[in-house]
Design a protein around this ligand. Sequence first.
Ligand code: ADP
Length: 750
Amino acid sequence: MTEPARRPTEQSADEPAGQGTALPLELLDATSDCVMVLDADWRIAYLNAQAIAELGDRDLLGSSVWEAFPYVIGTKTESALRRVAATRKSEAFEALSASPSAAWYDVDLVPFGALLVVYFRNITKQRRAAEELLRRHNELDTVLSRAGVGIMQYAENHRLIVINDRFCKILGRTREELDGLSMEAFTHPDDIPGNVGLLNRHAQSETPFYLEKRYVRPNGEVVWCSVAISFVRHSETNEPTTIVVAREITDEVEARQKAADTQTLLRGVIDGAEDLIFVKDTQGGVVLANKKMTEDFGVSAGQAGGAQFPELSRRFEEQDQQVIRTGQRLMIEEEVPTPDGIRTFQTIKVPWQRDGVTKGVIAISRDISERVRNEQALRESEERFRLAALATGDAIWEWDLVRDTIVWSSSSASLTGESPGEGFDWWHERIHPDDREAVVNSLARFAEGAEQRWESEYRFLRASGSYGCILDRGFLLRDEAGNVVRMIGAMSDITERVEAQERINRLQAELVHISRISAMETMGSTLAHEINQPLTAAGNYLLGARRMIDAGEPLDSAEVKDGLRQAQAEITRAGEIVRRVRRMVEHGTAEMHPVPLLDSVGAALRMAIPAPHAAGITVSTDVPADVEVMADPVQLQQVLFNLLRNSAEAVANSERKNIGITAEVQAGEVVIRVNDRGEGVRPDIVDRLFSAFASTKPGGLGVGLSICRTIVEAHGGKIWAENRPGGGAVFAFTLRAAPAGEELSPAVAG
Ligand code: ADP
């Protein structure tokens, strides 16, 4: 561009044109502007070369400006021309030519004497450029304000050059507030050190960089942004400026954190699992293996699947391929050798799919060895239980009290004669009507109590229509709260046992009877002797009385009466003896009375060992005279009789034929002992001494001691035997001592 030419200076209006200083035409020719000179009649007096070039090669000199440029008429250019011509004061303006060229001109009107110099310069290009610049500027403004990102440019001292609305919104501050505010003022405190370091480093080299950071709004809200920072020099001033473009990513960061949390959570769940969890890709490579899998089998992601199980890898691969091929889940129970031996695993394999494409196999394996073992053990125990139930013939039942259902063992039918029903009613209805209430009551009491075992005996209707005797035993199971939930038990058919017991009882009673009769044999001579005595005496008294009457002498009636009274007394005594024997022989239930023990011992002794001297037996009795026991006198005598007979038999072949009877009172009980110096109780019989039919004697019945035990126990006492140091046996039994002041029973006197 050429230097703008010096322009001729204005001349005062009173200097006539062409007079005084003439137009410096050479100067006007040399100026870079277009120059046109008009005379006072608006005729074009001069055009310089630039003007001629600008206006087109037309011969305009001498023609009227209004004719040469008719389109000027009526425009502000015409008004300006006329004004300057009139006022003689320079004016400058920009004008759009109404000519077809539609060019913009920068126009200077300068009066020179009577002349008017029009300087003009085509500025269309500059105008267009300026317009373009403005338009672009406007556009940029729109773009910036609408941009989805925050844009900011600042110079030194944080002087804002540009900031868009978006950035203001992100930072929660107005443009005015931000102007001059340092970045630290709106950056999250934790991010400031890193941020400042980065900024300083990159500002030096003026290289752009990216970072993710947190801005903090005045209200404390935190906004995550992805930020691009670049450095440019101002186009005019060349001062360094910083451009910051920020995209809000709070949602993204939160979603990312959530995803990371979910990932951690998922990992935690997977690693916390007791099961083996692993994922393999279609090639069999391990994509994921949980902690358990890694710890137990050393399998971890990145390995080839099955590497740890060379002998099984083929099978595993086939399973995987099946899942991948069919897209169906697969459940496998398989045995796997492990360092701890063979274990059983239950594995579920499902296809791992993404966007409908199978990427591999997800597998979850559970070690079920324990369960399998337990199931096996349970099966075995159930089988044992079933066989045991079959062997005993018991009906085993399990009663669910919550649901009120009863499950019976298969063996039950053999006891009841039919398949048992499921509910309580089936059982309840079959209990004998006389027993039903007692059984149900005992069950109810039991359920309320703290006992765990229940037992009841009752009659139960069988399918055949007959009643069987049942011993039913149950065991109660409670829940943690102590509520009764289940009962398990067994019904045993004890019909035969009960019948046998009844037979034994009958037999025993019979034996007692027989024993008494057999005892009679021994007693026979004693009785004969005893009855003989009073009867002989009575006979003698009667004979005496009769002789007195027959003598015909005057009767001493007093003497006769006395003889008759004596005879009566002797007969009464004989009768008493007979009654006593009969009472002993009769069956009878124990009638307990206070009985003077010494009397019973004497009586028994007389019957058992009627003639001790003749037999060479010494009997010592050490029984306090005041001791009374609560007993049926006849049965007590029976016990003493049996023990004494045995002792007498025991000493029969012994050198020391000593028999002793002692009694001592201990805490309301009387212990009676019969001892001898016989051979003692033989070891082979010790265990069953008091059982029926246990005898070591040729022709012995073996019922004596059994009867003794029955009687003693019926009295609430105990009976036992011991061998004595130095030889012989002692048989002892206890009875309750009679409380003081009880009425005495008529003693079986000796
Ligand atoms: P039995 O006398 O008919 O054998 P018991 O029941 O009275 O029947 O006695 C059973 C067995 O007890 C006898 O056979 C004998 O072996 C043993 N026994 C009973 N009393 C004595 C005793 N005083 N000394 C040694 N053995 C005795």
